[in-house]
Design a protein around this ligand. Sequence first.
Ligand code: ADP
Length: 259
Amino acid sequence: TRDVVFLKAGGSFITFKDKPVSVNYMALEALAEALKATHREVSIVLGNGGGSFAHYAVLKYGSNDPTRLLVKCQQATRLLNRLIVDYLVFNNIPATSLQTSAIIGYGKDSLRAFTPPLLNLVGNGIIPVVYGECILNEKGLVEVFSTEKVFEILSSILKPSRILLLTDVEGVYSCNPKKCSNPGLIKRIDNDNLGAVLELLESDASRDVTGGMYSKVKTMSELSRKTGAKVIVTSGFNIDHVVQALRGIVPEKATIIEI
Ligand code: ADP
């Protein structure tokens, strides 16, 4: 049987994060090319971050009107997901959208997933494209559900061998490579250095407001520990590296998280 790979196209990669509702078509082109080379070899579940689409909707409507926030946030993330899927299909990649909040939701006291749509697609060589979305919880409150969190839920259904996070930088650095003066690429994060890396990221004065890399590394290391999957963070713009990572080869420039 083929390896299952969860692939996240991060918001920093596929959108211009500081420009509302802007898609980076160079990124989509790179993504399509990497998928074209590999989708017959591995079973891929693609997920896309909300980037400049979700971010601005949440900022604008994230007040005290949950209904408005929910529909506006879902509208924004649906649009981005749709643009991505349309682009892939146009380029002959067998991909189709799977609305996150239609397959994952809060039941009586826990998160539940409705699995047949996902399993049937993957079982037939079709790439489901899920995405970070706003979800209504059982109290009627809106929860911003990241792609990483979606992967966490889906990992108990489809055991991924690898989880790839594509961003606009080559991996996890010692400090924000866009802001600090001397960033060093951290090639490997495992039991020996996880604590030290988290401390470093938490104390980085240049880290962004969303918690950025600190929370990403934290969630992904927990996921790696729980599932045994290897997590690879690398730049989506380097097609060769993405293809290697999809095939299970460690790219020259990347961060491996293996706990
Ligand atoms: P996503 O692409 O999944 O939406 P984010 O935008 O949340 O991811 O995170 C990627 C961004 O995090 C990069 O563009 C980078 O500028 C920023 N960043 C901040 N600190 C770091 C760090 N220590 N290592 C790598 N990237 C970092």
